[in-house]
Design a binder for this molecule. Structure first.
Ligand code: FAD
Length: 348
């Protein structure tokens, strides 16, 4: 009989795992708590349909598993634009410093059509019936030869193997195990930092790339404004334009409208009044239940990522950890999410 495999989490790691399993003729079911696939990858569309990234955006030549997956799926990458004058704002009462970023031997890449294309392409390789949205795994019980996964919809699903493809911190706060997981791993789970939890990303869309026409790269770093980092966000075809970047963590306390107004004011003072003629603004504070638990006992970035206890199997070799925070290398990044899925294939 074919093995039943349940994947908890429909982010990059869960979908890559389901795709790799299907290549080995193994079926799986993906349980995804939220109403959409992609997790920390979320591309939204502007008024002119510019792909705008609220989550993961960049990768590099070091990310070999990501590059292979993109090739395998027939997707295309392109270099992050950086030509022209970039700005560094150290003090609010002094003009910004200007600098040119030299051509890098190891450029940052983006995915043509947006990072979400990776998610939709992976999902398109799978049978839609195997993907269950709005379905949170809540209880996992060891029944001896198999596991039972209880969901927020009250279903009780049986599986030979369950692979947890979500931040370990959420495993600890959202899923009950019967019998309980061993003490050592239970203690570690709340201390594994979820990469980018709490980050605030914003995107702006424009009809014209006025900054490029003014000899500017659109790249900006600031120690004093609400925008701390920003980059040109023109699409692959170079016919849709915008910016993407990060806001400082205090911005969380403002409403979205206030954040937008402060962002545009800062940019207008640096790049000119054309900044106010945007066609779309979106931002996202990454603190919801699909990324973060209430209990934050984290002191440093990447804390306990790739921890040895996340490499073990549990419940008699039926329960495994995947997801980027479990990866032994590049944990936190898309590369780690793919690598962790590949590591599971080798282990099961
Ligand atoms: C703002 C931001 C910017 C980033 N920028 C970059 C970048 O430029 N480059 C880069 O490489 N990486 C970046 N990252 C990190 C990258 O997005 C992640 O490494 C990667 O997407 C993680 O994939 P994953 O599948 O391991 O986890 P996730 O994407 O977190 O997927 C986990 C999934 O599990 C679901 N889930 C949660 N609880 C349950 C439950 N109980 N039952 C079922 N499902 C559940 C969640 O809804 C989610 O869909 C960024 C992340 C953020 C937030």
């Amino acid at each position: 009989m074919k093995k039943q495999i349940i994947i908890v989490g429909g982010g990059l790691s869960g979908l890559t795992l389901a795709y790799l399993l299907s290549k080995h003729s193994l079926d799986s079911i993906i349980l995804e708590a939220s109403p959409r696939l992609g997790g920390r990858i979320q591309t939204v569309s502007g008024a002119f349909e510019t792909p705008l990234e609220l989550g993961a955006t960049w990768f590099s030549d070091m990310h070999q598993n990501m590059l292979h997956l993109i090739d395998d799926l027939g997707l295309h990458k392109f270099k992050q634009y950086s030509k022209g004058k970039s700005l560094f704002q150290t003090k609010s009462f002094e003009p910004p410093q200007q600098f040119n970023v030299p051509e890098s031997e190891s450029p940052s890449y983006r995915l043509a059509d947006g990072t979400q294309k990776l998610i939709t392409t992976l999902a398109n390789q799978l049978d839609t019936k195997t993907i269950r949205l709005n379905t949170k795994a809540t209880v996992i019980t060891d029944l001896g030869s198999i596991l039972e996964v209880e969901t927020s919809k009250g279903q009780k699903l049986k599986a030979d193997k369950v692979i947890l493809c979500l931040p370990p911190q959420l495993v600890g706060s959202q899923i009950q195990f019967s019998p309980q997981l061993p003490n050592d791993i239970s203690k570690i789970l709340p201390t594994v930092q979820t990469w980018m939890a709490g980050a605030i990303k914003f995107v702006l869309e424009y009809e014209n790339p006025f900054w490029r026409n003014n000899g500017q790269s659109g790249m900006l770093f600031s120690h004093c404004g609400i925008v701390t980092e920003m980059y040109d966000h023109t699409n692959f075809e170079e016919n849709r334009f915008g910016f993407t970047g990060f806001l400082n963590s205090n911005a969380h306390s403002y409403s979205k409208d206030v954040r937008r107004d402060i962002v545009v004011k800062q940019l207008a003072s640096l790049l000119g009044k054309e900044t106010s003629n945007f066609s779309s603004y979106f931002d996202k504070v990454w603190i919801d239940e699909f990324i973060m638990s209430d209990n934050q006992i984290i002191q440093r970035p990447h804390q306990n990522n790739g921890h040895p206890l996340l490499q073990h199997s549990y419940m008699n070799n039926k329960l495994f950890f995947s997801g980027t925070e479990a990866a032994l290398e590049f944990s936190g990044y898309m590369e780690g999410a793919i690598l962790s899925a590949k590591q599971i294939i080798d282990r099961i």
